[in-house]
Design a protein around this ligand. Structure first.
Ligand code: SF4
Length: 189
């Protein structure tokens, strides 16, 4: 049953989170079975809308299963109620089973973009800072470091880059997205 589950397992102090990307026609029929597999366990499943990360995953808007639909499918069998975010900028919306059997999460990057509260900076292995997971170019921190900048100068450069960012790719996304985007594997997910 779990063959369709992708990908990350994230172990925290008090919870285990399993992420699964849901793609229409591929594993959307497994959503309820996946949720039921982890109901009543300490594992929180987080369903992620299929995103156009990079340019090589064959993304198509028609294959996106909205989080609302996912939650509806689960809740029709095992009623769910929404939970408040655990912290500002939390990527997943969370729901708990009304009967106390745990919780599930949904990351709605396509249908409910959260660029306004986004804090996703990534540094690639070659020292480039990306201020959006969908950026086409990064800022060269390695050159600054190799030029011998001080910690204070580096901090000022980072602040300057971050304060000047106007990334909101997911808010602007359409089926006709730009073709140049960094691959997720390059910036570490
Ligand atoms: S599209 Fe970019 S700015 Fe918007 S939430 Fe994703 S990483 Fe953040």
């Amino acid at each position: 049953m779990l063959d369709g589950i992708r990908v990350a397992q994230d172990v925290g102090f008090d919870a285990i989170k399993i992420n699964t990307v849901v793609k229409r026609g591929v594993n959307d029929d497994d959503v309820l079975a996946i949720a039921e597999h982890f109901r009543g366990t300490p594992v929180t499943v987080r369903f992620i809308e299929f995103m156009d990360v990079g340019t090589t995953n064959g993304w198509n808007l028609d294959q996106v299963v909205p989080s609302a639909e996912i939650i509806e499918r689960i809740s029709a069998v095992h009623p769910l109620e929404p939970l408040r975010p655990a912290y500002r900028g939390e990527t997943a919306n969370r729901w708990r089973y009304v009967d106390g059997a745990g919780e599930v999460g949904a990351i709605s990057s396509v249908t409910e973009p959260f660029c306004g509260s986004c804090t996703r900076a990534r540094i690639s292995a070659d020292g480039k800072l990306f201020t959006c997971l969908f950026a086409s170019r990064g800022h060269d921190l390695r050159a600054l470091l190799r030029d011998g900048c001080t910690d204070a100068e580096l901090e000022a450069a980072l602040a300057g880059i971050w304060n000047a960012r106007d990334d909101r790719y997911s808010e602007l996304r359409t089926a006709d997205t730009p073709t140049e985007r960094i691959e997720m594997s390059y910036i570490g997910g």
